[in-house]
Design a protein around this ligand. Sequence first.
Ligand SMILES: NC(=O)c1ccc[n+]([C@@H]2O[C@H](COP(=O)([O-])OP(=O)(O)OC[C@H]3O[C@@H](n4cnc5c(N)ncnc54)[C@H](O)[C@@H]3O)[C@@H](O)[C@H]2O)c1
Length: 248
Amino acid sequence: MTQASYPSLRDRAVLVTGGASGIGAAIVRGFVRNGARVAFLDIDRTSGEALAAGTGALFLPCDLTDTTALKTGVAEAAQRLGPVRVLVNNAANDQRHKVEEVTEADWDFSQDVNLRHQFFAVQAVLPGMREAGGGSIVNLSSVAWMFGAPDMVPYTTAKAAIVGLTRSLGAALGPHGIRVNAVAPGGVMTERQMRLWHTAETKANLLARQALRSELLEEHIADAVLFLGADDSRMITKQCLTVDGGLR
Ligand SMILES: NC(=O)c1ccc[n+]([C@@H]2O[C@H](COP(=O)([O-])OP(=O)(O)OC[C@H]3O[C@@H](n4cnc5c(N)ncnc54)[C@H](O)[C@@H]3O)[C@@H](O)[C@H]2O)c1
């Protein structure tokens, strides 16, 4: 497949949350390939250490639902790589429940792991990004809320909120030269997705709903994130870019 190349990313300090596996790992590999200095935060030590060993990216183990730990991780990334110029808020957990079975704890956990850290990661990188003259923030949303996926209401609520978060932060931070955009992936059959939620049949059904009948891969999402992180998208902010192969 084609591999996007963005010279403006060379030597840029990039921080990716949830970068150890799945789409986040493809994003880390994409920025590394473009010569950026990349750090990633993740709770999964095994995958994180393996990816760091394979790419040279800086892995900082962190539970992003702990805002103090998140701030410590952001500070360490900035101290070791320089002020963060590109932040990718990617970490998530797409827990599924029947509506009747969602507890308050499930609800709160879903907002914490899918939404809250996106805002506080932005707040944590902000002083350095402003001082460095600007930057780009990319928040991972999902098409699941656009379709109204019935079995993951706390998740879809958080993923819809990310578009509001993106638009308001884009308005607030634009005057400082900071762009804020979202990417909404369609169905990417990561190893985790196949292990937990999908079968060969549900995967085939999803493909049949795409206008483009090729399998949507982690790298397709990473390419959109790279474009929004690079200067090539310099006048694009407050947008949500859907990458789903034209799902219906
Ligand atoms: N895979 C898809 O089909 C799909 C579809 C739509 C949207 N998305 C979105 O794209 C992004 C990446 O998707 P994915 O399928 O690769 O995600 P994923 O569920 O595999 O998780 C992403 C990463 O987040 C990490 N993570 C989870 N909880 C964490 C915590 N508390 N602290 C730190 N790290 C934590 C995981 O270890 C993992 O490495 C997510 O925001 C997801 O919501 C994915």
